[in-house]
Design a protein around this ligand. Structure first.
Ligand SMILES: *Cc1c(COP(=O)(O)O)cnc(C)c1O
Length: 401
């Protein structure tokens, strides 16, 4: 960190970048030393409307002067208003609010187990969760265990049991893995953290079919893919499959911590009074911002912009990839884009990310081989062009090095 006399008082589980961001506006960020960056990372797919959007500031400050928190002993108008928006624009009938993606998934997995127990009995053994290799669902003990990356869970053993993993997009494997003991299957429509890998339609539709055959619930983790990121409000609608549970967070609050679990009336009934909870979940401050963000994101204009800019970004990245022989593939959906490094650069995505930062460009990685971008859904042509210029400068240093 190069902040003025800044010392790090935090536990060392994060490797912080060498710059300290200070303020942002739209797709630009300035650090404490006044250097400017184009933000193609979006706070890891959170800042879907860029930084300091005036309508979000208005919603936040208006609510800040009214009511911040009353706990889950009461409901509030902002909580009901955001839940209503989610319900009226999705498969869902009911919403559980929490504060993060991990908590939304934790709620989903707990609900799936309880639903199976309620309907099939504890003796049925119907408690198994089928998830995907390289999946990511958060960092609580249950969610790292359901996640398919042992490096995130193995140090915290003993882990919760009754979880198995199938290779992503492996239709035969998922058919074999789901049985009458399965209570739920969980899938990210696009595997975000592990490489920006979209699911195939066949995989998703097979998952739905085998879940129906074995009376298991289908959960989509849309923490990263939801809220307009892929060009539709939720990515799963593009697969023409109706889930039983969807988790959301990240862009739901556009920077204010909030998570949500969406479900049907039938499944939601298993969350009987007292069976699950959250002190901060549904707090009016987060929900008021969530409502303003929802209305801006869920407009034909914004979603069309995401599709258009996503196509343009992928085309330009593919062109750069060819010019410098650096990317083996550019893939993604909407404005969730991954550039897979050519084989000779494998393992060096982090290095390229650092070089980008030196050129005034914030990007993400997804594993060692993939450069990931999740910019503002409102990304302008001008900011995109400038970002691509800076990326090329970074790549010139990278390939020359
Ligand atoms: C980020 C992410 C999570 C975890 O969200 P947190 O808010 O960090 O708990 C879960 N699932 C997916 C797909 C994610 O991208």
């Amino acid at each position: 960190m190069k902040g003025k006399n800044m010392r790090n008082y935090l536990t060392p589980n994060f490797t912080f970048a060498p710059i300290v961001p200070d303020r942002g506006l739209g797709s630009r960020i300035w650090d404490v030393n006044g250097n400017e960056y184009i933000d193609m990372a979006g706070g890891i797919a959170v800042n879907a409307l860029g930084h300091c959007h005036p309508l979000l500031i208005a919603a936040l400050t208006e609510q800040a002067q009214k009511l911040w928190h009353v706990s889950n002993i009461y409901t509030t108008e902002p909580a009901q208003a955001l839940a209503q928006r989610l319900v009226e624009n999705s498969f869902a009938d009911q919403v559980f609010f929490c504060n993060s993606g991990a908590e939304a998934n934790e709620a989903a997995f707990k609900l799936a187990r309880k639903f199976a127990r309620d309907h099939f009995g504890a003796d049925s053994g119907k408690n198994e969760i089928v998830a995907c290799v390289n999946g990511f669902h958060g960092r609580t003990l249950f969610t790292v265990s359901v996640g398919g990356q042992p490096k995130y869970s193995e140090d915290f053993a003993p882990l919760p049991s009754g979880i198995s993993h199938v290779p992503f997009n492996d239709v035969t494997a998922i058919q074999a893995a789901v049985t009458n003991r399965t209570c739920a299957v969980v899938i990210e429509p696009v595997q975000g953290e592990s490489g920006v890998l979209p699911a195939t339609k066949e995989f998703i539709q097979t998952a739905r079919r085998v879940c129906d055959q074995h009376q298991a619930l289908l959960i989509f983790d849309e923490v990263q893919t939801g809220m307009g990121r892929t060009g539709s409000l939720f990515a799963h609608t593009q697969y023409e499959v109706v889930p039983d549970i969807v988790s959301s967070a990240k862009a739901l609050g556009c920077g204010i911590p909030i998570g949500a679990m969406l479900t049907t009336h039938q499944v939601g009934q298993s969350f009987t009074p007292g069976s699950h909870g959250s002190t901060f979940g549904g707090n009016p401050l987060a929900c008021a911002v969530g409502c303003a963000a929802f209305d801006l994101i869920n407009s034909a204009q914004t979603l069309h912009h995401v599709v258009k800019q996503g196509e343009k970004l992928q085309t330009q990245l593919a062109r750069i990839g060819q010019e410098f022989a650096i990317f083996a593939e550019v893939r993604g959906m909407g404005l969730l884009v991954g550039c897979v490094l050519a084989e000779k650069f494998h393992g060096r995505a982090g290095e390229l990310m650092q070089l980008c930062l030196q050129q005034g460009l914030m990007v993400l990685i997804a594993g060692g081989h993939v450069l990931r971008m999740a910019p503002s859904l409102l990304l302008s042509d001008e900011d995109m062009d400038e970002a691509l210029q800076r990326l090329q400068s970074a790549i010139q240093v990278f390939v020359g090095a």
